[in-house]
Design a protein around this ligand. Structure first.
Ligand code: FRU
Length: 495
């Protein structure tokens, strides 16, 4: 039975979506059908299609009582909106259906596991949001909330674990058929931890153990965990709040963290070996992964960050978009990300320039646009000494530009969107240390109207940022302080 709250949301989104012009949205990134979008939820392959749900407030381009928006796709690039899947319409989730995940049950139904948020007066008189884990089951369009919700609440928490920061279940199934989920939580030390729960049937859940503890190392509370095996290793993704910077690896505020290690499935013990950021740009948070039918691990993140939500255009009817789907792999103990290979089929109008040597600013024939996939090989010019700086400027006209600049002596790649038209004094630059020897660097830069995703050295690092510059600013130019040689291959992207 669909509730009145959900029916209203479905009616509203259907009419409101019509007012949004297609050309005001990204072309190949999923954006909010209407209103506000944050985290990807329930990213799954079900009944022959990819499903993406998302944190959703249809009535406003600002965060509000969370619903789950819903879209499906055959290739993860072209999305079709479906009616909103969940609304905050029960006692235990009346203040929001927060993030969660999806899995197919043996009977062919799809199970959604999400966080129910309910404001309650506490014994000290204060009103606080209590978070519990809840289930809904459905057919890929309509979902019914489980009559025994919540299935995990404070009774299931270990000593000292907060019931106010207990959210974002990510569910998976072990080979032996049992279900597991990881949930973000705040232990007594006030930082973060990931809790592991198990279930025989997906409906009745039990606490197992602390899978990973932050111990105040990476920010505070850990949000949106995801846990999976990849290339013989185990990977735990989390999005920590309140980070402190660490060199160029981690930055202040909301960040992303990838822990790589071993997982002993018999004892459910995760042993960390390596940590790194997931994305080194400005706008990326709360990623979630799916395993494709052909065995690839694909990740999509919210291409936005809580700290930069003030960076927006006026009078917008939607806010929030997802990143490109990225194929994950592990090489030399590091997480690598590349645009999903299906993306190559959208490329057209190839323009290539080889061995272009320049000092100062140049433009290249046929290189411009705001829906672009561009590969750049950068190196010092033959026989010349190491250059000081290389930059590519895009979303450019007389007034605006966004740039990626590289200083080989420091090995620092910087994204800078301060001249992109923003009138807000929020973060518009980020620097990242990259691997480069002798000034050689490889970049793949993907623009989609209001975003830039830069894949460095074949996916060794990625930097994502939102760029709301007017579309008329579609110039691209190259700059060198010193003498640089580049090869450029550029494609336009079909709608
Ligand atoms: C992360 C997050 C989640 C929560 C959701 C609420 O971005 O804070 O922890 O479930 O957003 O919308």
């Amino acid at each position: 039975m669909t509730s009145q709250t959900l029916r209203e949301a479905r009616k509203y989104e259907e009419s409101s979506e019509k007012i949004i012009r297609k050309e005001d949205r990204p072309a190949f990134h999923l954006s909010a059908r209407t209103g506000w979008m944050n985290d990807p939820n329930g990213f799954s392959y079900y009944n022959g299609k990819y499903h993406m749900f998302y944190q959703y407030h249809p009535y406003d381009a600002n965060w509000g009582p969370m619903h789950w928006g819903h879209a499906v796709s055959d290739d993860l690039l072209h999305w079709e909106y479906l009616p909103a899947a969940l609304a905050p319409d029960e006692r235990y989730d009346k203040d929001g259906c927060f993030s969660g995940s999806a899995i197919e049950l043996p009977d062919g139904k799809q199970l959604l596991m999400y966080t129910g948020v309910c404001k309650e007066r506490q014994s000290d008189g204060e009103i606080r949001e209590v978070q519990t884990q809840c289930l809904a089951v459905g057919d890929g369009i309509d979902y019914e909330k489980y009559h025994n919700n919540p299935v995990l609440d404070e009774k299931d928490l270990p000593e000292g674990a907060s019931r106010y920061d207990f959210r974002d279940p990510k569910i998976w199934r072990k080979e032996d058929g049992t279900y597991c989920c990881v949930v973000g939580n705040r232990p007594a030390d006030g930082s973060g931890q990931v809790l592991l729960f198990t279930s025989q049937d997906g409906w009745e859940w039990h606490y197992k153990k602390v899978l990973a503890a932050n111990n105040d190392r990476f920010g505070k509370m850990w949000e949106c965990p995801d846990f999976f095996s990849l290339d013989g290793e185990w990977v735990l993704l989390v999005s920590p709040q309140d980070m402190l910077p660490h060199q160029f690896e981690y930055h202040n505020g909301n960040g992303t963290l990838c822990l790589i290690g071993n997982f002993d499935e018999r004892t459910d013990t995760f042993t960390e070996r390596h940590n790194q950021s997931i994305d080194y740009g400005i706008d990326f948070y709360a990623p979630q992964t799916v395993l494709t039918p052909d065995g690839r691990r694909i990740m999509i993140g919210w291409m936005q960050n809580w700290d930069t939500c003030g960076h927006r255009t006026a009078n917008i009817l939607w806010f929030g978009q997802m990143s490109l789907p990225r194929e994950l792999s592990i090489k030399n103990g590091r997480l690598y990300q590349m645009p999903i290979r299906e993306f190559d089929a959208l490329r057209c109008g190839k323009v290539a320039h080889d061995n272009i040597t320049f000092s100062d600013t140049i433009q290249l024939e046929g290189i411009k646009g705001r829906r672009v996939d561009m590969e750049l090989n950068i190196r010092p010019a033959d026989g010349r000494e190491l250059y000081q700086k290389f930059a590519i400027r895009f979303a450019q006209n007389e007034q605006y530009q966004t740039s990626l600049s590289f200083r080989p002596r420091e090995s620092i790649l910087k994204i800078d969107r301060k001249f992109s038209g923003s009138r807000k004094a929020i973060i518009h630059q980020r620097r990242s240390k990259v691997n480069s020897e002798g000034g050689v660097l490889k970049l793949r830069i993907i623009l989609d109207r209001s975003s830039v995703e830069t894949f460095v050295n074949d996916g060794e690092q990625v930097m994502s940022a939102i760029v709301y510059t007017k579309q008329a600013a579609d110039g691209i130019s190259f700059y060198a302080d010193g003498t640089v040689t580049i090869d450029v291959v550029k494609y336009d992207i079909m709608e």
